[in-house]
Design a binder for this molecule. Structure first.
Ligand code: S3P
Length: 425
């Protein structure tokens, strides 16, 4: 990464489409009758895994640079794949598709890369089994590969121990096929893109408090979906704009759904100069975000806000290292079961750059304000770790090397190009 200290970050950046929404557009488009058109689809490896899985399930999907066309065949239009489904690095693909496959009249085996094969699947196997699904972990370790033998399902009222949109969505998708209503209650509400988009495609999903309920057997109809920019990708530019001196960045067309906007609240609470412009509240809300260099201070981040910024905690760690004072992050044990163990990996890498960070059982404590120096960083094949340390590298006084830097392909293939365009040399 940069060897030369930059003079600031200036200009505009348009963030690629939201990963969670792109996955769902393909999945729900496949289960709807007719041709769904998706604009600003995220061409990241995770979403391409979802496309490949649905092609293997008999759905024709045209992928061109300007749009995706999904020729959906309705709720009962999938056909048995000829091979094992490969979900790559994508937890969203693995867990959501399991909900759908649990109800199909055929058997499927699915698995993904080394990281996916370590991530917990009991959290979906348990509720799906309660609905009548026959879903087993092939190696008996509650991880992928999973073998799913589709069965008639019945509705359940499930109380989830974790706030997880992947768990909630897997159950709601299985609930499309059940013999009665299905509801999922979460300890804290997680991202609600499935609920919004399923309603848009013609399903009936109601939310009361932390409970989402779906009526079975809807007729889903193809739709036009314009995917907003991903706030999780925008987060790197929010952090960079606030922390790199002499910076001003306009981040355009970012999704600001309240179940995802914790990074904005945290940036403001840390004293960040951040303004929302051109807000649009039709469907999934969006805004442009203007950020300017700021003197940040440490805060405590805990409780209900955590699911709204769970994927942003690595880059928030970098902001905390640049801030004055102490930042405490609690209630975030889920970090341990993401693409990497993000508590351990942040502690190792950030300390290697001269920061002071200690891991806890459910988060971390960062003593901010220590000068950062360059280091060799291991991304542990985790896209969010690579991008977080690309921003940390801009704050360090000599060269940083990120091992496995190309893993940004998972969620933001043009990340390094977009970042370098803003750099004032
Ligand atoms: C996602 C939900 C979150 C998030 C992931 C995407 C989704 O995972 O971390 O990047 O699209 O539903 P969990 O549901 O495991 O919290």
């Amino acid at each position: 990464m940069n060897t030369q200290k930059i003079k600031g970050l200036r200009g505009e950046v348009t963030i690629p489409g939201d990963k969670s929404i792109s996955h769902r557009a393909v999945m729900f488009g496949a289960l709807a009758k007719g041709t769904t058109e998706v604009r600003n689809f995220l061409q990241g490896a995770d979403c391409l895994s979802t496309i490949e899985c649905f092609r293997s399930l008999g759905i024709e999907i045209e992928n061109t640079p300007e749009k995706i066309l999904i020729h959906g065949k309705g709720l009962h239009g999938l056909s048995a794949p000829s091979d094992i489904l490969d979900t790559g690095n994508s937890g969203t693909t693995t867990r959501l598709i399991s909900g759908i496959l649990s109800a199909q009249p055929f058997e499927t085996t699915l698995t993904g890369d080394a990281s996916i094969q370590k991530r917990p699947m009991k959290r979906i196997m348990e509720p799906l089994s309660m609905m009548g699904a026959d879903i087993v972990s092939v190696n008996g370790n509650d991880c992928a590969p999973l073998r799913i033998n589709g069965k008639p399902l019945h509705g359940i009222n499930y109380s989830s121990k974790v706030a997880s949109a992947q768990v909630k969505s897997a159950i709601l998708l299985a609930g499309l096929y059940a013999d009665g209503e299905t509801s999922v209650t979460e300890p804290v509400i997680s991202r609600n893109h499935s609920e919004i988009m399923l309603n848009y495609f013609g399903a009936e999903v109601h939310t009361t408090g932390n409970t989402a309920t779906i009526k079975p057997q809807p007729n889903l109809t193809a739709q036009y979906v314009n995917v907003p920019g991903d706030i999780s990708s925008a987060a790197y530019f929010i952090a960079a704009g606030l922390c790199v001196p002499n910076s001003e960045i306009l981040i355009k067309n970012v999704g600001i759904n309240p179940t995802r906007d914790g990074i904005i609240k945290v940036a403001l609470a840390m004293g960040g100069n951040l303004t929302l412009l051109n807000e649009n509240h039709d469907g999934e809300p969006t805004a442009d975000i203007l950020v300017k260099s700021s003197n940040l201070h440490g805060i405590t981040i805990e409780g209900d806000i955590i699911p709204t910024l769970i994927d942003e905690l690595p880059i928030i760690n970098i902001m905390a290292a640049a801030a004055d004072g102490t930042t405490i992050i609690k209630d975030a044990a889920e970090l341990k079961v993401k693409e990497s163990n993000r508590i351990d990996v942040m502690v190792e890498n950030l300390n290697a750059m001269g920061a002071s960070i200690t891991g806890t059982d459910d988060g971390m404590i960062i003593e901010g304000g220590k000068p950062l120096h360059g280091a060799v960083i291991d991304s542990y094949a985790d896209h969010r770790i690579a991008m977080s340390f690309a921003i940390a590298a801009l704050l360090a006084d000599d060269e940083t090397i990120i091992k496995g830097r190309d893993v940004v392909n998972i969620s933001y293939p043009t990340f390094y190009e977009d970042l370098s365009k803003l750099q004032v040399i």
